[in-house]
Design a protein around this ligand. Sequence first.
Ligand code: NA7
Length: 552
Amino acid sequence: MAASVEKQAGASETGVECDVVVVGAGFGGLYALHKLREIGLSVRGLEAAPDVGGTWYWNRYPGARCDVPSLFYSYSWSPELRREWRWTNRYAGQEEILNYARFAADRLDLRKLIQFDTKVARATFDEKNERWIVETDRGGRLGARFVVMATGGLSVPNTPDIPGVADFEGAIYHTARWPQEPVSFEGKRIGIIGTGSSGIQAIPMIAQAAKQLVVFQRTPNFSVPARNRPLTDEDHESFDAGLDAYLASLEQSDFGRVPPTAFTADVPPRDAQWKHYEKLWQEGGSGGFLKAFPNILVHPGVNEVAADFVRQKIRETVKDPKTAAALSPEGYPFGVKRLCVDTDYFDTYNRPNVELVNLRDEPIEKISVHAVDTAARHFELDALVFATGFDAVTGALLAVDIRGRDGATLKDAWSEGPQTYLGLTVAGFPNLFTITGPGSPSVIGNVITNCEYHVDWIAECVTHMRRYGLATIEPDEEAQVAWGRHVAEVADRTLFPKANSWYLGVNIPGKPRVFMPYIGEGYRTTCKEIVADNYRGFTFGEAAVREQAAAE
Ligand code: NA7
């Protein structure tokens, strides 16, 4: 295989031939570039943004912060990077995470491999030559043996088509496409639509600055306090002391790769559960809650205690009973939509300049030049913030026109929902890998370590192919169907499908209702067993003669 292909500044991509094109320069893409270069492949990265960071480049809204503790939300594969980077807070803010991505890219000398400001428009598998042709929105055209889609599970913003939005003359922002330059809400009347993780983080910050903040809420969410704080020397020392055990735990864990703070085999009585939740509430963070009891996300009775606990906290915090009731999630289980982690979210509704509009009582009817009209009221506003989430997990993959064997499109192949083998590969699309694709843990738990695992798997697979002179890999249809059935069966054994979450794609009109992440136990063990069983469920194509000759 060819040696490293370095990008010439400003050079056209046309004519570049390499072993691997990596799409996306977030944490998954950066590690893929590093790892695949390390095993001797020529790699080229393409990134739509002008910088690295992926979702952390774009999501720079006020209050943007990771809900996984920063010491864990880091590359686990490199002791050097770990030693050279020191997180300042228990939960890192967007800027610090973006700086970490920049640090990693510089330290690993990856920027020269990446073409920024370049979106991939189309990727077509050329069957005759067993190569992918990757075309960009800048007219570039690259050839590669493998394509690694590191496009992220939360990277395509969802902007609902509300009547009249184009008439609005104030500023419009989306949390997932926040401007680079500072945004001032001082003295302004702001409306925000959406109360998922992004809204719940942004609302307290915007409320502090704005003259008036109107929150348009369709579905209330469960949220627990972050209790963010600066990390101490003791925190770092204790993390380092437990590092080996943590790394070992990644191999076995199911979802939520942060080690549980409490894990008991039995379900104690309600008051014991309550006491435990109170302890977790005081400690802060979501990880403990989601693993508080083994069956919390499976057993409706156990789950309901946690739901009751959070509702009680909301009633204790929010002074106006009507607002407290509107903020209290009802009718779906606790923790099966991404559990939000906040700083002063519920308390923000005690501020005189903040008003909650319950869209279940009064839906938005239209947006006009300076206002949002609900079925009951008229709200004059200077700016509007959409905190309306993403076309998650499949959105970025389907945004590229991907064509596999016989010109079949990924869009058609997934018209009834995504189908993959292990969330890594797709039948009919040889040598295409999806980092944190649907059917893998993907967006559940710690996305950085989920990405790392996929990159390591791909590197091992490509090494295997080189060793045995194999040209292509693709999953068998039957193996893919069986895996998809297993992913669904596992989800159906839990309470996850009982909430209308973006995990199921229901936030996007017309998107098939399919539970996308894999939440079963032992994902890595399964992947390893499949490899050990001579890549069970995969078919490899023999290397064409010319490639063997080229390699010699
Ligand atoms: P989410 O969690 O998908 O939240 C989007 C919010 O926007 C949610 O409250 C939606 O209400 C609301 N929404 C969406 N469309 C509309 C319309 N048309 N009208 C009113 N309200 C609407 O996205 P986030 O960005 O907050 O978080 C995504 C993930 O990023 C998060 O889970 C973390 O993993 C990080 P709905 O619930 O659909 O009724």
